[in-house]
Design a protein around this ligand. Structure first.
Ligand code: N01
Length: 542
């Protein structure tokens, strides 16, 4: 029944957009606090990233027990991970289990995309519009839309003429793809490509890898989860979780060192890198404290990984082509692989440098570069996402005076703490730009944001305040701080998606906050403790 007063179909306290890790936990927390909430999810199931990214080899690259919710002891007791790094099907099963265990589905509307959200200043409510023609009125709106959920769409000339099959890693067919006997072209060499290439190569007749920029990748050393790890985690879980929350990246297995790469001898440095390489995963990134900030320190890590690549790849020319030279180590997202470099020793894998000879067109029979034609039966676009702002920009979000978020962010995203945007009262973004987000263990950052937002809504209710909004001054100061923090590091030196550099026309702004999850958590807590410093709280009437 439409609500006569608002002219909408229904109303609730909070609309949550997205049913991935963020949306599920947000719904659970709000319910526990007595708020009514509805979730809208474009997919026909829960899982977000792990619902869409079903490409061969997709798995998390943070150790499974760390990449999981900490909010429920019962959930942690009953769920047992099978691999050191869980694969996509297991992660999706976990999120389905969470949805069932906490009875979340009854408030989630699937196959429904939110197309617009408009703030009604007189009513102090958000009207959220879906592609099903429904409008829901809510006091609060939480964007749990994910940082890597809108794909970077390929637009090569001639794409529509291709007679074979085309896939995007970020929107993989649910039924899977059989590449047996096929000639496959993979475009891109980011995390998605690096995970999928060895698996596709094991099946396909031939794989051509079209590389524009090589990436640094470190071995995962994946395998069945060690029962000793499980036992240790069970015994010390609370302590480990707290440590992760207070750490830099929220990843304990990174073993972040306090030591400079330059204060040890060359032999000692080599020994430490070897040890970390043998441990696998992000341990390499945490080897020394100054890898991300000091070019000289960074060069030692880059040289070590380059030598590893030379050792892993038989053909010296191919090895050199796989070694990044145009940006510092780990300033593009570090990749974690299982057999990536070794895949280039297979007879059926060919590396093609599309920096030297760019892709000119997709043809009916394959792909043409400036140098040659490649016959292909299938093309895998592993070309990434419109990161961090893509999903928010896809929704027509209008705040005070009808101002659109797209317009407000035309020069790059501006937020206060990555949580709210000035001019958009009662609209929250989970792991939004300006927060540690993609530079951290996403689950740690998601839980922190969900908890902060939940506490905030309770605080508003306690104060009988109807609305909260970031002040423009606090937002400006925060944006300056986020930029200054990024400029203190080597990150801005890479043309990465962190900077929006992968999307033509996107403003170049370093979007995540590099200050670390522990420091950031404390900042957010301090702001709340100081009566929401930098925010304006208003009564329900405005
Ligand atoms: O995307 P990417 P991704 N012609 O943007 C190339 C997370 N993730 O899906 O560098 C030719 O990293 C592009 O080349 P260049 C993780 O945070 C996590 O792989 O722009 N090439 C690049 O090589 C990750 O960082 C996990 O020159 C083109 C590639 O495509 C993020 O998602 C697994 C091109 C895109 O790489 C994104 O990873 C997977 C063109 N026109 C992903 N356009 C795990 O947790 C783009 N490229 C394990």
């Amino acid at each position: 029944m439409p609500d006569v007063k608002t002219g909408t179909n229904s109303s609730c306290d909070v609309v949550i957009v997205g049913a991935g890790f963020s949306g599920l936990y947000m719904l659970h927390r709000l319910r526990g606090l007595g708020f009514s909430a509805r979730v809208f999810e474009a997919g026909d199931g829960v899982g977000g990233t792990w619902f869409w990214n079903r490409y061969p080899g997709a798995r998390v690259d943070i150790e499974s027990q760390e990449y999981s919710y900490s909010f429920s002891d019962e959930l942690q007791d009953e769920w047992v991970w099978t691999e050191r790094y869980a694969a996509q099907p297991e992660l999706l099963a976990y999120l389905n289990h969470v949805a069932d265990r906490f009875d979340l589905r009854r408030d989630i509307q699937f196959e429904t995309r939110v197309t617009a959200a408009r703030f009604d200043e007189a009513a102090m409510r958000w009207n959220v519009v879906t592609d099903r023609g429904e409008t829901v009125s809510a006091r609060f709106c939480v964007m749990a839309t994910g940082c890597l959920s809108v794909t970077n769409e390929p637009n090569f000339p001639g794409m529509e003429s291709f007679a074979g099959a085309s896939y995007h890693t970020g929107r993989w067919p649910h039924a899977g793809v059989d590449f047996t006997g096929k000639r496959v072209g993979v475009i891109g060499t980011g995390s998605s490509a690096i995970q999928s290439i060895p698996v596709i190569a094991a099946q396909a007749a031939h794989v051509h890898v079209f590389q524009r920029t090589p990436n640094y990748s470190v071995p995962a050393h994946n395998g069945p989860i060690d029962p000793r790890v499980v036992a240790d985690w069970k015994a010390n879980r609370a302590e480990y979780r707290q440590k992760a929350r207070e750490s830099g990246a929220g990843i304990l297995a990174a073993g972040a060192s306090e030591q400079s790469a330059l204060e040890v001898s060359a032999e000692e440095r080599q020994r430490i890198y070897e040890q970390r390489w043998a441990r696998g995963g992000f341990a390499m990134g945490g080897a020394f404290i100054d890898i991300a900030i000091n070019p000289e320190a960074n060069a030692t890590a880059a040289a070590f990984v380059a030598d590893k690549i030379r050792g892993l790849v038989d053909d010296p020319k191919v090895a050199e082509a796989l070694i990044p030279t145009s940006y510092p180590f780990a300033t593009k997202r570090l990749c974690v692989d299982t057999g990536y470099y070794a895949a280039f020793n297979r007879d059926n894998v060919t590396l093609v440098d599309v920096r030297a000879a760019p892709i000119e067109a997709i043809t009916p029979t394959g792909l043409r570069t400036a140098e040659a034609d490649y016959a292909l039966d299938a093309i895998v676009y592993a070309i990434g996402f419109d990161a961090m702002t893509g999903a928010l920009g896809a929704i027509d979000i209008r705040g005070r005076d009808g101002i659109s978020l797209r317009a407000a962010w035309a020069e790059g995203p501006r937020t206060y703490l990555g949580l709210m945007v000035a001019g958009f009262p009662n609209l929250f973004t989970i792991t939004g730009p300006g927060s540690p987000s993609v530079l951290s263990n996403m689950v740690v950052s998601i839980e922190q944001h969900v908890d902060w937002i939940s506490d905030c809504l309770v605080a508003l209710a306690d104060r009988q305040a109807g609305a909260i909004e970031a002040t423009p001054e606090a937002q400006s100061d925060w944006v300056d701080h986020v930029n200054a923090a990024a400029d203190f590091t080597l990150f801005p030196q890479a043309n990465s998606w962190y900077l929006g550099a992968n999307i033509p026309g996107k403003p170049r702004v370093f979007m995540p906050y590099v200050g670390g999850v522990g420091v950031y958590r404390q900042l957010c807590a301090d702001v709340a403790a100081k009566d929401y410093e930098g925010f304006r709280l208003t009564s329900a009437a405005g």
